[in-house]
Design a protein around this ligand. Structure first.
Ligand code: SF4
Ligand code: SF4
Length: 312
């Protein structure tokens, strides 16, 4: 029996769809086929007429047709004044459609940081939230107690965009009812239980505090250039993008896009610090210990690293 999937786009750029289309091996068609998923509707890929889509939505709403997986991309638009009328479906707030379908679905997937936590529009006039969170705060559109028919809360696949292999793996897992272990923000640990720092090819520089102060130097981007790699969960340096690279491998700091607080008011290419030590340190680190450890590590740095002779 095929598994049905309905995809809704709300307040977002569509980047998560584009990211998923970049999945290579398996590609998105192979993912759907392999997982036995029947795509009922995707706003950019489906060729159903408006009438056919309207009838489909009605059958799903009424429970006349089974909905196994609901994928929501983009933030839930609740403005102006909590009406949701800045983002409508058939003249009614799209947030109401999302809530109605979520009540019918066996699994609900929030794809990307906007759908998960609200993203860039949280503090603006669109009054954005995520499906079950508003930044770090549980609640969002569906409420902290929401559970889909499977018993799972909304599965949050954070990222701006979400890595295609994270969605592919999640769909495969849900299709065969594998229980996903999740963190406090309902992100599957299989992909968010590691930091972006893990697997970065600049780790040796980080270890000895060889710092990059100007782009293009070999060095770690944490101390001056705003890298969030040690601060946020995500598989970017293990799964790689386009199967070959990541921001930090290309010399760009990680912006921390998988965090519920993304984007922050801090500039992307700058590290706030006190006496040369970043104000934000990895979870569980004691500041004074870190200062001592990094000072000693810098003193012990091998010449080949100081002279930037190592490969990145
Ligand atoms: S550049 Fe970022 S991810 Fe890479 S080692 Fe430095 S802090 Fe970690
Ligand atoms: S490297 Fe950082 S900013 Fe870039 S996609 Fe990964 S988590 Fe997001």
């Amino acid at each position: 029996m095929p598994i049905s999937l309905f995809w809704v786009q709300c307040g977002g750029c569509g980047g998560d769809s584009i990211s998923f289309l970049n999945a290579e091996s398996p590609n998105f068609v192979e993912v759907l086929k392999g997982a036995g998923i029947r795509l009922l509707w995707h706003p950019s890929l489906s060729d159903a007429t408006i009438g056919e889509r309207r009838a489909l939505v009605e059958r799903l709403r009424q429970g006349e047709e089974a909905l196994d997986i609901l994928v929501v991309e983009g933030s839930i638009v609740r403005g102006p004044s909590s009406t949701g009328m800045y983002d409508t479906h058939e003249g009614r707030p799209k947030k109401d459609l999302v809530a109605a379908l979520a009540r019918r679905a066996r699994f609900v997937v929030a794809l990307g940081t906007c759908a998960s936590f609200g993203g860039i529009g949280v503090d603006g006039p669109i009054e954005a939230s995520g499906l079950q969170f508003r930044r770090c705060e549980p609640g969002g559109l569906l409420g902290a107690d929401f559970r889909a028919a499977s018993g799972l809360p909304v599965v949050n696949l954070a990222g701006c965009p979400c890595h295609p292999e994270v969605l592919a793996g999640t769909l495969m897992a849900l299709a065969v009812d594998v229980r996903l272990e999740m963190d406090e923000f309902n992100r599957p640990l299989a992909w968010y239980g590691m930091t972006v720092h893990q697997g970065c090819t600049r780790n040796e520089y980080h270890e000895y505090r060889i710092e990059e102060e100007d782009f293009g130097q070999k060095g770690c981007l944490f101390f001056h250039k705003g890298c969030h790699g040690p601060l946020v969960g995500g598989p970017c340096n293990k799964l790689l993008w386009n199967r070959r690279s990541s921001k930090t491998r290309a010399g760009v700091p990680c912006f921390g896009c998988t965090s519920p607080e993304f984007p922050t008011v801090d500039p992307f290419f700058f590290t706030r610090n006190i006496e040369g030590v970043p104000t934000a340190l990895p979870n569980g680190i004691i500041r004074s210990h870190y200062l001592v450890y990094k000072t000693m590590a810098a003193a012990a740095a091998p010449e080949r690293l100081k002279n930037r002779k190592a490969e990145i």
